[in-house]
Design a protein around this ligand. Sequence first.
Ligand code: NDP
Ligand code: MG
Length: 395
Amino acid sequence: MMRVAVFGSTGSIGVNALDVLGRHPDRFSVVVLAAASSHGRLLEQCLRHRPRYAVLEDPQAAATLAAALRSAGAATEVLAGSTALESLAGSSEVDAVLAAIVGAAGLPSTLAAARAGKRVLIANKESLVVAGRLLVETARASGATLVPIDSEHNAIFQCLPAASVAAGRAVPGVRRILLTASGGPFLRLTREQMARVTPEQACAHPRWRMGRKISVDSATLMNKGLELIEACVLFGMEPGGVRVVVHPQSIVHSLVEYVDGSILAQLGNPDMRTPIAHALGWPERIPSGVESLDLVAAARLDFEAPDLGQFPALALATAAAASGGTAPAVLNAANEVAVAAFLAGQLGFLGITEVIERVIGRHQNRGETGLEAVLEADRWAREQAESTLARVARA
Ligand code: NDP
Ligand code: MG
């Protein structure tokens, strides 16, 4: 029996993870559920999955949840705050942590799980962008296993030899990684049209139903930029060894090319339960609830090069990957602030990339990758982005 903690259980990944976990009560027990403030949804999840602990970031929401659980006669203990999450990530009552918090807010608990030598199922790509080197080195030192859930990285993981998994080292024989991108909802829009898009349009992804932050990232293609950094970190690649290919059908989830010219791909319906089930069951295969892919109905698989003029976020992320040091942390923090401002109606869609570009332009990168350096870079970039917002919004 694997005892699983789901961090970010009320989100899109969390809900899909609980769907898969609920199909295998003989294999997995859910011991921790955690979210930021969604106490109503967490209550429902606690009543269904009966975890030992439930954690909410927000103390008031935690108090509300605790009262509701008491009156329902549930034994789940409620804790509040991010330190509770960190100690549970390292607890002897937990075997695996499914890291599905959105944003750099997920870093402390993901790192705690890596330090404690857990099996870490990582959806929280921002933690790998901000502190990737630290995470893979920590995992290597503690014996933690990192299994990627992000569909592209899970696909790459599946296409690599079993012994080489996500240890942050280059895999012998690999020539390059082909990272597929759906292109998002605005693939065929002009820059003039993109200037007028609304948060609702940006969140209406043609293939995937996801949280709002990653949906906007998919629309700017920053998501693919973050994923390029994530791929370099997990699989020990240089940015030049990862090529982004737009594949609008989202059926081929990514590919690995070997030095002999062979290319291995992983295909499937666009449903996150496949990578989640793979990560949970690995090295075994377990049912996920996902239907068979009908290749005849799909009929065609198209591939094209991304247009970096139309989607400058991808170029910014590629440059940050090449710079290394604190550049990815700065890119990520500026992006989080700009996306939140866009979702709140305070910034136009094209302003997102503009804010990031301005913040990166002011950043002094000393090449450090330690925890203090990346956290300081994150804090600095958030401040810079906040003060840049008003200027870009007026421009
Ligand atoms: P959602 O916005 O749907 O969910 C985010 C989850 O994180 C919620 O449970 C939220 O709780 C919780 N949360 C946010 N901040 C905190 C915090 N400080 N402490 C504790 N919990 C917190 O996001 P997604 O599920 O879409 O994405 C989660 C992660 O997975 C992201 O990093 C994303 O990039 C990655 N990912 C997502 C994919 C997808 O298909 N959705 C695909 C690949 C990767 P609350 O409900 O209370 O706000
Ligand atoms: Mg992805």
